[in-house]
Write a protein that binds this ligand. Structure first.
Ligand code: CA
Length: 225
């Protein structure tokens, strides 16, 4: 998933950038609200992690502005210990959940994964389609309980398509899942990866769930649950 992280403390920002990256996310990490608003206008994000105590425009104001611009992605706020008013105001401004600083990365990740699951309509930590099962925590695809060998990039594409099953997903959106920077994005790479994914799914599961919608993108045609 593509995440927006807004945190002014450089050390924590870098820590979140690298740990969330290791968990398979593409992370846009910025130090202030102004930069966050710019990124949110230019790019698509699946979720934002916002520190409430920011220099300049506050995290609360940032959340209000994002929501007033119809940005509907889930927002997880970072708040200082003991400041219950912050949590209440953050949630009232449009945040979905909060983590109190200092926190264990595992707690943040668990809350973030729960928000991502809910926003794509799944309540379990697995997604199933026909013989295929995705384990969202282990980042693994299984066919009849056997691991389907996928590269990290193939897995990310499959997970994104299954989370957005029966919707056309633009190639551009898939590229954002793989590369943080515009200049690295090459639509040919997506075609190659989708091609490999299709061959593996057909060989191992005997089904062809990924359709090309010409000029628009890809469609995962199987119903996922
Ligand atoms: Ca701060």
């Amino acid at each position: 998933m593509k995440l927006l992280v807004v945190e002014d403390e450089a050390l924590l920002r870098h820590h979140l950038f690298s740990r969330l990256g290791e968990s398979g996310h593409v992370v846009d990490a910025v130090p202030d609200a102004e930069e966050a608003l710019y990124r949110a206008q230019e790019y698509h994000h699946d979720l934002a992690v916002i520190d409430l105590g920011l220099p300049g425009m506050s995290g609360l104001e940032l959340i209000r502005q994002l929501r007033s611009q119809d940005k509907s992605f889930p927002i997880l706020i970072l708040t200082a210990r003991g400041n219950w008013q912050d949590k209440v105001e953050g949630l009232a401004a449009g945040a979905d959940d909060y983590v109190v600083k200092p926190f264990q990365f595992e707690e943040l990740e668990a809350r973030l994964n729960a928000l991502l699951r809910r926003s794509s309509g799944f309540t379990q930590s697995t997604i199933e389609a026909g013989p295929l099962l995705l384990d969202l925590n282990r980042k693994q695809a299984l066919v009849n309980a056997q691991a389907l060998p996928l590269t990290a990039y193939e897995y990310r594409i499959l997970e994104y398509l299954m989370r957005h099953h029966q919707q056309v997903v633009a190639k551009e959106r898939l590229m954002e899942q793989l590369y943080p920077n515009d200049e690295e994005r090459d639509p040919n790479v997506i075609e190659v990866l989708v091609g490999r994914l299709r061959r593996k799914l057909e060989a191992e599961c005997g089904f062809k769930p990924i359709e090309t919608v010409r000029g628009l993108g890809y469609l995962f045609t199987e119903r996922c649950r």
